[in-house]
Design a protein. Structure first.
Length: 212
């Protein structure tokens, strides 16, 4: 696997606001987040025999708060050390530690399912990240990314990031629904189901053997 030089990445996760939508008092924002996790739960309900799960890229652990009631044994990790204290505070009893998605600490086939929610669009090397997630996952992946170009169109409609054509700061990658499905099929496995709560694409995939 390619050795990643973290000092030379475009991604700046410590400078990005991952918690804004969880703390928003705006009714529309709160409804969008609610629909997002309703879609995640509906995909999780399609899986079988999931006991252990690991969430990669948890930020301050707001997403983990949503997920932990659904999984008997959930752990989480975050690359930015400064975010981990709040993540642990927000999720007492959940094992949370620092790691890079390019060098995950868990062993091969060590968890039934990996959650990878709103992280892939921030990465310099999404294909390498998916390969590493595939290594630790025994079977399933649930991944969520912005649905482009809808994401940027909606940003422009609310007069956000106009100079960047609606692109949210920190988003290095942009996929339509068909493009992210193709990426997952190539680097992880079979796509079982897809949900499209506005303005995201959320996918449940099942691991297949590495292609030659």
């Amino acid at each position: 696997m390619k050795k990643i030089d973290h000092s030379n990445l475009r991604a700046q996760p410590g400078k990005e606001d991952f918690k804004g939508k969880y703390e928003s008092k705006n009714f529309i924002s709160r409804s969008l987040v609610k629909n997002y996790y309703r879609a995640v739960k509906s995909l999780l309900d399609l899986t079988s025999d999931v006991i252990t799960a690991h969430e990669v890229g948890i930020g301050e652990g707001y997403s983990t708060q949503k997920l932990r009631p659904w999984i008997p044994s959930l752990s989480g990790s975050e690359f930015v050390p400064e975010l981990i204290r709040n993540a642990k505070h927000n999720n007492p009893g959940v094992t949370i530690f620092q790691e890079s998605v390019y060098d995950l600490k868990k062993g091969e086939n060590s968890v039934d399912l990996v959650f990878f929610l709103e992280v892939l669009e921030h990465l310099d090397y999404p294909e390498i990240a998916l390969s590493e997630i595939k290594r630790i996952s025994k079977r399933y992946l649930i991944i969520g990314v912005p649905n482009e170009p809808l994401w940027r169109i909606l940003n422009i409609c609310r007069f956000k990031y106009i100079s960047n054509l609606g692109n949210t700061p920190g988003h290095l990658n942009h996929w339509s629904k068909s493009q992210i499905i193709e990426l997952i099929q190539e680097h992880y496995g079979n796509v079982i189901a897809v949900k499209s709560p506005i303005p995201w694409t959320i996918i449940l995939a099942e691991k297949t053997e590495i292609r030659n």
